[in-house]
Design a protein around this ligand. Structure first.
Ligand code: PNS
Length: 171
């Protein structure tokens, strides 16, 4: 024994802008399967300017997963494969909501395995959350809709505090 933690360490990476009930469901199920789960927040999401700063996203997730003793929250920049190897992770976890998720996630999983030798395990989304994405939650929120059903209470509190007035429609 070399004093290092043993067992399966799973990395659950994402933008989490914001963390939804769908994300929480994946973390809870991964935490029941693997010895440790690290929710790894990407520093600069490639797709867009994040609504929430990195520190806000991390804190909201920490609050939302506080009931899960084997889950920690961290962040990474650059290649996920490098982060995974640096943390001696044994598996990457991804949630799949719809078939189109599988198409993009499959090539990403193969690239990550090629780079890191670590496999990706896909957890199918619970049907309750299969239509819930961070992008849609933000759109509903920005247009004044009620998002309470779609995000954990810790996220709802922060989002409610941030609520902005919708821009007037252009004519
Ligand atoms: O929540 P998202 O936006 O679907 O998360 C995407 C994320 C962060 C998992 C993905 O963009 C990622 O892994 N970024 C790190 C950069 C990287 O390793 N790119 C090569 C992937 S093959």
């Amino acid at each position: 024994m070399n004093g290092q933690p043993t067992g399966h360490c799973a990395i659950y990476p994402g933008s989490f802008d914001p963390f939804t009930k769908g994300h929480l469901d994946v973390v809870e199920r991964a935490a029941a399967i693997f010895d440790r789960v690290v929710v790894a927040v990407v520093v600069n999401p490639q797709k867009r300017d994040p609504l929430f700063a990195l520190g806000e996203r991390e804190q909201m997730i920490r609050d939302a997963v506080a009931h899960l003793p084997n889950v920690t929250v961290d962040h990474f920049r650059g290649l996920l494969a490098e982060y995974v190897n640096a943390h001696d992770a044994t598996v990457i976890v991804k949630g799949l909501r719809v078939v189109s998720d599988f198409e993009s996630e499959m090539s990403t999983a193969l690239m990550n395995r090629s780079l890191s030798k670590v496999d990706t395990v896909f957890l199918p989304s619970d049907p309750r959350w299969s239509f819930v994405s961070s992008t849609l939650v933000k759109e509903v929120f920005n247009l004044g809709g009620d998002i309470a059903d779609f995000v954990p209470p810790a996220v709802l509190r922060v989002m409610s505090a941030k609520r902005s007035t919708p821009r007037p429609a252009k004519r």
